[in-house]
Design a protein around this ligand. Structure first.
Ligand SMILES: NC(=O)c1ccc[n+]([C@@H]2O[C@H](COP(=O)([O-])OP(=O)(O)OC[C@H]3O[C@@H](n4cnc5c(N)ncnc54)[C@H](OP(=O)(O)O)[C@@H]3O)[C@@H](O)[C@H]2O)c1
Length: 324
């Protein structure tokens, strides 16, 4: 592989545009190809971001021998088939969240990636951001002591549209897989992957989970989260320990700012690292670092972490009366 990483973007929806901008910004990255189910969309997307190749099928993209890694940006229910297609053609994959519909699908994909010795990572960009990494560092350095509570929410109102993937159960719609995956990823990254108990309540409408509240009980701590399409939340995350707390600025999953407070509530440290582009450059850098070092999974977001989050989401969906 040359020093430049040739990216292929599979699907040309909303997030693919954001990601394409970050690829074009990132050192050592080239937006080499894109693919859409529609030739017109592929050509338009390719022109907009200067891709060398624009394919009118995902199969053609997966088969292109000059692509080093495919970014999968289709709806959740398509990830399993799309990622498998990439693996069949020997392609490394960075796949959008939630990585699959459930942990069983994900375990199958992990097995294929391992068998074929391919790089595989969920595009959980939050875990690659400097703000998240600073919070991990403060915790590891003992600055907040033992964690007793974590709160993280992600709700914002979305107008009902029956064609939107968010409201289509057949495309993996619903708030848990779309939004809840962020607070759960944050909570588990700090409190661990084995909550003693997972309690949840869910509101179902239009055939999908419109919102849910979840409590995770640990041996000596608890965490809470709400996620949903119905209210304007402040979308903060706070990690409370015996010696202090870490508070992210609102929209913790994309913020550049995180603060450390001592146990008297006084600001002890503040970390602000403005995004270089739109924040997605950090997961691109992480994937490229892994490829350069021939690593098959990310240190910042290992497959085992993603799998445990998927398993917790399975539990929530099994216990909470979820429709999908
Ligand atoms: N990391 C983040 O910040 C972030 C933000 C938003 C979304 N996401 C994730 O990214 C993925 C895509 O989200 P999005 O908001 O970009 O969705 P979107 O705007 O609906 O785009 C999804 C794209 O997937 C393709 N697709 C393939 N099969 C499809 C089908 N059966 N029905 C509809 N579209 C299909 C389409 O592209 P073509 O027509 O070109 O084939 C479509 O434009 C989801 O997994 C979502 O959770 C991540």
């Amino acid at each position: 592989m040359s020093n430049t990483v040739n990216w292929g973007i599979m699907a040309t929806g909303k997030i693919a545009h954001t990601f394409a901008k970050a690829v074009n910004f990132s050192d050592g990255a080239k937006l080499y190809a894109c693919a859409s189910r529609s030739a017109e969309k592929a050509t338009e997307f390719g022109k907009l971001y200067g891709a060398e190749k624009s394919y009118s099928s995902y199969e053609e993209l997966a088969a292109d021998p000059d692509i080093d890694i495919v970014y999968v940006a289709s709806p959740m229910s398509c990830h399993y088939e799309n990622v498998k297609l990439c693996f069949e053609h020997g392609k490394n994959v960075l796949c959008e969240k939630s990585i699959t519909m459930d942990s069983a699908q994900f375990e199958e994909l992990i097995a294929i990636a391992k068998r074929k010795d391919l790089f595989f990572m969920e595009a959980m960009w939050m875990k690659c951001l400097p703000s998240f990494l600073k919070a991990k560092e403060w915790f590891a350095d003992g600055k907040i002591g033992e964690i007793k509570a974590v709160r993280a929410d992600f709700s914002n109102p979305v107008e009902y549209d029956p064609t939107d993937r968010l409201f289509r159960a057949d495309l993996g719609g619903g708030a848990l897989l779309d939004l809840g995956v962020y607070p759960l990823t944050l909570i588990t990254a700090f409190l661990g992957y084995e909550p003693k108990q997972v309690l949840s309540d869910v509101n179902v409408d239009h055939g999908v989970d419109m919102d849910e509240a979840v409590i995770l009980k640990y041996e000596n701590a608890y965490a809470s989260m709400v996620a949903g399409f119905d209210i304007e939340n402040d979308n903060r995350a706070v990690i409370v320990g015996t010696e202090g707390r870490i508070a992210f600025d609102p929209w913790y999953f994309c913020t550049d700012t995180v603060r450390l407070y001592n146990k008297n509530g006084k600001l002890a440290e503040e970390s602000i690292t403005p995004h270089l582009c739109n924040g997605y450059e950090y997961e691109i850098m992480e994937a490229q670092r892994c490829l350069a070092e021939s690593r098959k999974e990310s240190v910042l977001n290992p497959l085992s972490d993603t799998l445990q989050v998927m398993k917790i989401m399975d539990r929530i969906r099994a216990e909470g009366g979820f429709p999908v």
